[in-house]
Design a protein. Structure first.
Lengths: 259, 242
């Protein structure tokens, strides 16, 4: 118990240093530029202490639960016993790791559908498009984008291909789609990539990638371990632009029924 | 259902984690079928994550969000371009430096780099590497918000910026050392979560409302997108320079 407390105190101290810059910026602007007293100083101070404690607890919890969990899943899903191959085998076909792809896709799909900020954005998109884009359809499109992205990302780690081939190919697809997509949806589609990767998902997915790269034979965590988040950001953009395109075609097809 | 906002938030944090736990549990019970080592630590850590997330979001809503939003609207109306741009930069920088996911990933990247002998094995070298990464990402987000605000004021089309950002990424990749590329590409998605998105969206929508001829629905978006591209370029530059 004692070492838990002392370690927590250390994390708390480090968090104070992390939070200091933003506190300084806000107070500086308030005093020097806006020149009005803060509305509820007491409530503000308590809120700040909450933020400090919250980050410290969160980081400590990541270290104890989410990071180990991601690495554990990666390790268990790639042991030779689980794959049903000889432990000395050095060249394993990428198909053998199919449970890894399914796991990555499930994590992506489940976390994206449950993401509260995505729900808000989807409602806004329905408004902007005047109903041609449905909030549910958009959420499903994004969830499919993220799950496909994570599955593709784990596939890349397992075969050890260069990350930027995939990403640059993705950029080219996005640029081509941008030329044809309905104009109002473009800003939203670009933003969606950033919205889907929440504070809880990022550490787990990173741990999964690093764990995979250290257990799959011939992979190096430093070179191959990162990159899953990049896939999870890029694929939803493609999915949403594609969905908007299809929704537009469908509504054009049924234009005779609507003015 | 819940009167107390704190309990409501606690429930919300649990819902954030629930899909992950559900998927992991299904896989453990039906597919892996092996005992989980160190269950106590995992459960304790999960509770820590839930409590931490709750306090964090509750604290943000009480302190940073109201003050940040009030400032964003105040600056958007004030009309001084210099102060607006300074504020935009500081907002991007400050919110990114404090982002918990970025703190965690930077530490993880530093320990991986130390294991591979890219940097020294001691804690000092790791800390300075992690701090360097975070400062780089924060600078790049500050820069992105500044340019994004200029875009809203001048009315440039969004895809000029995005395609420009893509070209920057593609041009920078061949020069970057291979061990930084993965971290760089990931850093784009890491930055734009809990703190940054609401404050930056408030700034964008506030500006688009205050300026004539701008539509908050279409011009207010896009700040986040550009802010998840510039970190890629900046982190690769950090890899080249250090």
């Amino acid at each position: 118990m004692m070492d838990w407390i002392s370690q927590f105190a250390l994390v708390l101290l480090a968090t104070c240093q992390d939070i200091l810059p933003i506190a300084a910026i806000i107070i500086g602007f308030q005093l020097l530029v806006i020149r009005k007293p803060v509305a509820h100083p007491r409530k503000m101070l308590i809120g700040f202490i909450y933020v400090l404690l919250g980050i410290a607890f969160f980081l400590e919890g990541l270290e104890r639960a989410l990071f180990p969990l991601g690495k554990l899943m990666a390790a268990q899903l790639t042991t030779p016993a689980f794959l049903g191959i000889a432990p000395t085998e050095q060249h394993v076909a990428w198909q053998a790791y199919y449970w890894v792809y399914i796991f990555a896709a499930s994590i992506g799909f489940a976390t994206t559908l449950a993401e509260p900020s995505l729900l808000a954005v989807a409602m806004k998109a329905e408004q902007i498009s005047g109903g041609t884009i449905r909030a549910w359809g958009l959420r499903i499109a994004v969830a499919i984008g993220v799950s496909f992205g994570l599955a593709l990302g784990t596939y890349r780690i397992i075969i050890g291909a260069e990350l930027y081939y995939f990403i640059i190919a993705g950029y080219i697809i996005v640029i081509i789609q941008t030329l044809f997509a309905p104009k109002q949806i473009i800003g939203l589609a670009y933003d969606i990539g950033g919205v889907t990767t929440s504070t809880v998902t990022v550490p787990l997915v990173t741990a999964l990638g690093l764990g995979l790269a250290s257990t799959v034979p011939g992979r190096n965590p430093l070179l191959d371990g990162f990159g899953l988040i990049a896939f999870a950001c890029l694929l939803p953009i493609i999915a949403v632009l594609g969905y908007a395109q299809i929704a537009q075609w469908l509504s054009k097809g049924s234009l005779s029924s609507k003015p | 259902m819940f009167k107390n906002p704190f309990i409501k938030q606690l429930f919300g944090s649990f819902l954030d984690l629930a899909p992950i736990l559900a998927v992991v549990l299904v896989f453990q019970v039906f597919i892996v079928r092996q005992p989980i080592p160190d269950v106590g630590n995992l459960i304790g850590g999960t509770l820590f994550v839930i409590v931490g997330l709750t306090l964090f979001v509750q604290g943000l809503e009480q302190s940073l969000f109201p003050i940040g939003e009030a400032m964003a609207y105040a600056f958007a109306r004030k009309g001084s371009l210099f102060w607006l741009l300074t504020f935009a930069f500081c907002l991007g920088f400050g919110t990114t430096v404090a982002e918990p996911a970025l703190i965690a990933i930077a530490q993880e990247a530093a320990s991986i780099a130390a294991k591979a002998d890219i940097i020294g094995q001691n804690d000092d070298a790791k800390d300075s590497y992690a701090l360097g990464l975070r400062i780089t990402v924060a600078l790049s987000v500050g820069f992105a918000i500044l340019v994004g605000v200029l875009r809203i004021i001048r009315g440039w089309p969004l895809y000029y910026l995005i395609i420009g950002g893509y070209c920057g990424v593609i041009a920078m990749t061949p020069f970057a050392p291979p061990e930084i590329i993965g971290i760089a590409y990931d850093s784009g998605g890491v930055t734009t979560s809990t703190i940054t998105v609401p404050l930056v969206t408030a700034l964008g929508v506030g500006l688009a409302t205050a300026i004539k001829g701008r539509n908050p629905m279409t011009d207010g978006f896009g700040l986040i997108a550009f802010a998840s591209l510039t970190p890629i370029v900046f982190v690769m530059a950090y890899g080249v320079l250090r």
